[in-house]
Design a protein around this ligand. Structure first.
Ligand SMILES: NC(=O)c1ccc[n+]([C@@H]2O[C@H](COP(=O)([O-])OP(=O)(O)OC[C@H]3O[C@@H](n4cnc5c(N)ncnc54)[C@H](OP(=O)(O)O)[C@@H]3O)[C@@H](O)[C@H]2O)c1
Length: 325
């Protein structure tokens, strides 16, 4: 019964196009690499060209190694991975990414919203939003809204995968606090704001599915596990969180980025999930997310707030089209 979580090692069509945000390291790197090794075309959407190109070269080497080991399910072709620039802390850059992608004229079958950062000190983006709110949630919200029309035209079984966290369970929703204007650097609770950003992703899954449930696109979200990645970079100055992650590593609680990517890969490619929506996955299995995340009234408050934040980036038609899908 049960067993370790895994994803099917089944070939994917090279016609299948998958975007992984933050695909240059950690969970995103392993997610992008394995989906490409199964044969799909993968775009890693990253803020640093240098880091992304370096990641692609390591992926190539890993691919050759897996082939030599005789790993099953790998594509017999070449690895098809490309880089596109995306800085989620800038709505201008996010819009440019969407336009650049649309200009390629490619379909889009899977969009994995993976990029993120945690427990960051209080910082405002050039758009005036609290950083974790924008990078983890709002920037991805804009990408999804802009790329849904492409996904509608991309044939059956299109999926949006939101990499959330078990931490969403520890957050409450408070519209007045989203922008953290009440705080200064000294009293800002960075963990609370990370949890909140992960809560918003789960709430977004429900509000989006409500609007697109008759379409070919499904939205799901997941917890990857406690993962020993580069995630600790944004809170290196915080002893409490740095120690917790170190302890998790020493005691074997944290898992490798490969293991942390398994649920993302499974939710993105497993044929058994075709048509499945509104599920929060943990270890590849459905789990009930927090009551707060399932509160429809609050989901709609967040939806309206998000649209207001993006009013200069979404046209009335784009919003209306979504509401009537
Ligand atoms: N690690 C964990 O224990 C854990 C637990 C639960 C959930 N998660 C979630 O899993 C996801 C992946 O985390 P990870 O552990 O793989 O962390 P990671 O190793 O730090 O990777 C994070 C990725 O996000 C990218 N990113 C950060 N800010 C960005 C921005 N402004 N624009 C575009 N990309 C940006 C990073 O790019 P750069 O390399 O350029 O910085 C990197 O590619 C996150 O959403 C995180 O919240 C992680």
């Amino acid at each position: 019964m049960g067993g370790s979580p895994s994803f099917p090692r089944e070939a994917l069509s090279p016609e299948r196009v998958v975007i992984v945000t933050g695909g240059n390291t950690g969970i995103g790197y392993e997610t992008a690499k394995w989906i490409a090794m199964l044969g799909a075309h993968v775009i890693i959407a990253c803020r640093s060209k240098e880091r992304a190109l370096h990641a692609i070269s390591i992926m190539e080497a890993d691919f050759q190694e897996e082939k030599q080991k005789g790993t099953s399910g790998l594509t017999s072709g070449t690895l098809s991975v490309e880089f596109m620039e995306l800085d989620l802390s800038s709505l201008k850059s996010t819009l440019k990414f969407v336009e650049d992608f649309k200009a390629l004229g490619k379909p889009l079958h899977v969009l994995i919203c993976n990029a993120g950062l945690g427990m960051h000190p209080l910082t405002y983006t050039e758009d005036g939003n609290e950083l974790m709110f924008q990078v983890n949630y709002l920037g991805h919200f804009l990408v999804v809204m802009k790329l849904l029309p492409v996904m509608y035209q991309s044939g059956p079984d299109c999926r949006v995968v939101l990499v959330s966290s078990v931490a969403h369970n520890w957050a409450s929703f408070d519209l007045d606090k989203i922008q953290a204007r009440q705080y200064n650097e000294a009293n800002f609770d960075r963990a609370e704001y990370y949890y909140k950003s992960k809560l918003y992703q789960v709430m977004q899954m429900y509000s989006l599915n409500r609007r697109i449930h008759q379409s070919n696109v499904v939205v799901n979200c997941l917890h990857p596990g406690v993962v020993d990645s580069e995630f600790t970079r944004s809170f290196r100055d915080d002893c409490h969180w740095t120690c917790l992650y170190r302890c998790a590593k020493c005691t074997g609680v944290s898992i490798t980025p490969y293991k942390g990517a398994i649920t993302s890969i499974d939710v993105a490619v497993n044929r058994k999930h075709e048509g499945v929506r509104d599920v929060y996955f943990d270890k590849c299995a459905p789990v009930t997310p927090s009551p707060e995340s399932r509160n429809q009234e609050k989901q709609e408050e967040l939806w309206r707030f998000s649209l207001a934040c993006l009013k200069d980036y979404l046209t009335e038609e784009e919003v209306k089209d979504l509401e009537k899908t």
